[in-house]
Design a protein around this ligand. Structure first.
Ligand code: ATP
Length: 503
């Protein structure tokens, strides 16, 4: 350490239970790391550690935020990522959240199909992913937790192992905590996406409900089908909470203009009144969702999607209803009967009702979403998350480690991880009380795709990438995010980015 440099704050004792593998991502509020357990009972088990930095104002994590987070620790559901540890470092007021590690997320899965495979995601996978998202969300909503920041990078999917292909909703409940005490680190170049934001929030609603999550699920469902973000608005970054007119414009262009007929309480929303000329002055045709998602308007999938993207939040379908979604079609059957009575033909008309259910129709959803729905279909192997092994817990890249020669072996990754500075000094930390939360039983998957679960080879293990290229890949990834964030102001309709930006 150079003379005069501030001493590094000691890391909490619990971090010594893990060896740091490297940085896997960067969000608005901090960095996410991959670590492995060193404990005998769980040696090698991977864990994702999210470290929230202090805001620039220096105010750390408030007791309210900690209490909220402790509540989240009580959440137990197969489709919700498990928060295994919460720690605060009182010396520098940083907060660490440790979650079960998921090898994939929908952002990367969609990007892989769009940019590498140039082919759509199979129907079975789309349906299984959606079913599990709804199942996890139903649990959260039943426990009065609104996610508020659902987007593809927050929908995690487990890699190789017993839970392979299982969806885990990540970052649940954190949006509320972010809002107040943890201010975003605006200078880290990461953009908070508005693409999945519900129209009531865009129009300035002060009170929102779990319906905001269902809007986001609708956007994600459409993106799984088309591999493109559905409403890709340009974000206005002027001021703390600007009116996002371009996002609304993108929505109105597809779904048509909301009217008090369709959404009776729209007139009460702040921006509907305050920005009358911008909002109410425009008239939009209603080309309809089918022009974007290429689904038959009579299909159950289309009906479900339209109900998720209902303008009026009180009419929007809930997660529980979506799991049981059905569409009743009134069919008219024509029966023609020739009767041997000279030349006459009698035609009879009969009205009938047909009930179609998205999740009860073939292909049925399954627990492992990443296998083909039918035996014989090609298995898609998704790449493992790139890990930047040169960045330590303080987000500092070590020049020394970047000179280490490339290696494709897991042993090399593990060795470098051991060398990383973890838990240098043990310090006692305050344990906050865990507040009880009513638990809900997991909803079991009613119908289950047996084909997709049985006798299908498991996707081979994804080895970690070379340390060198891996680190370069991470850097390219982060740079691309920043570049795209900058370019956002200039983009019009969707252009598949040259390099990815996480949303
Ligand atoms: N439990 C986890 N296992 C594996 N990867 C994770 C886990 N949680 C988050 N990640 C990944 O880490 C990266 C950064 O996540 P983070 O939630 O900080 O940011 P974000 O979701 O991209 O954006 P923001 O925080 O601004 O909403 C993302 O790629 C995310 O998929």
């Amino acid at each position: 350490m150079g003379e005069g440099a501030a001493p590094k704050p000691p890391r909490p004792a619990w971090l010594q239970e893990y060896e740091l593998v490297g940085k896997i991502g960067e969000g608005t509020y901090g960095l996410v790391y991959l670590a492995r357990s060193k404990k005998l009972s769980s040696r090698g088990v991977k864990i994702a550690i999210k470290r929230f930095k202090q805001s620039k104002e220096g105010d750390g994590v408030s007791p309210t935020a900690i209490r909220e987070i402790m509540l989240l620790r009580e959440c137990m559901h197969e489709n919700v990522v498990k928060l295994v540890n919460v720690h605060t470092n009182h010396l520098d007021m940083s907060l660490y959240l440790a979650f079960d590690y998921a090898e994939h997320d929908l952002y990367e899965i969609i990007r892989h199909h769009r940019e590498k495979l140039s082919c759509s995601i199979n129907q079975y996978t789309v349906k299984s992913l959606l079913w599990q998202i709804l199942n996890g969300l139903n649990y959260l909503h039943s426990n009065w937790i609104i996610h508020r920041d659902l987007k593809p990078s927050n929908i995690l999917v487990m890699g190789e192992g017993e839970e392979q292909g299982v969806v885990k909703i990540g970052d649940f409940g954190l949006a509320r905590i972010y809002q107040a005490p943890l201010k975003p680190l605006f200078d880290n170049g990461v953009v908070v996406t508005i693409w999945y934001r519900a129209p009531e929030l865009l129009l300035g609603a002060k009170h929102y409900t779990s319906a905001v999550d269902m809007w986001a699920v609708g956007c994600i469902f459409a993106e799984l089908l088309t591999l493109k973000p559905l409403f890709q608005g340009l974000e206005d970054k002027s001021g703390p909470n600007p009116f996002q007119i371009d996002q609304l414009d993108k929505i109105f262009k597809v779904l048509g203009h909301p009217t008090p007929d369709r959404w009776p309480t729209i007139g009460h929303l702040p921006h509907w009144q305050q920005n009358k000329s911008l909002i109410q002055g425009h008239k939009y045709d209603n080309p309809g969702l089918h022009t974007v998602v290429q689904l038959s308007q009579k299909s159950p999938a289309y009906d479900l999607l339209s109900r998720m993207l209902e303008y009026d939040p009180t009419k929007r379908i809930s997660a529980a209803q979506a799991l049981e979604h059905e569409i009743v079609l009134n069919c008219i059957f024509w029966y023609s009967t020739s009767i041997c009575s000279g030349t006459s033909i009698i035609v009879s008309v009969r009205g009938d009702r047909q009930i179609l259910r998205y999740f009860r129709a073939e292909p049925l959803p399954g627990r492992n979403a990443l296998v083909p729905g039918q035996p014989g279909e090609k298995i898609v192997v998704y790449p493992a998350r790139p890990v930047d092994a040169s960045t330590d817990f303080d987000g500092i890249s070590s020049t020394q480690s970047s000179q280490i020669p490339s290696s494709n072996s897991a042993a090399a990754t593990s060795a470098s991880a051991t060398a990383a500075p973890v838990g240098a000094t043990a310090r006692p930390h305050q344990q906050m009380p865990i507040v009880g939360i009513q638990r809900m039983q997991n909803t079991s998957m009613g119908t289950f795709n047996v084909n997709a679960q049985a006798n299908i080879p498991v996707v081979p293990a994804n080895m970690y990438l070379h340390r060198g290229p891996q680190q370069q890949q991470q850097q390219v990834h982060q740079q691309a995010r920043r570049r795209e964030a900058g370019n956002m102001q200039n983009t019009g309709s969707y252009q598949p980015p040259a390099k990815s930006r996480r949303m």
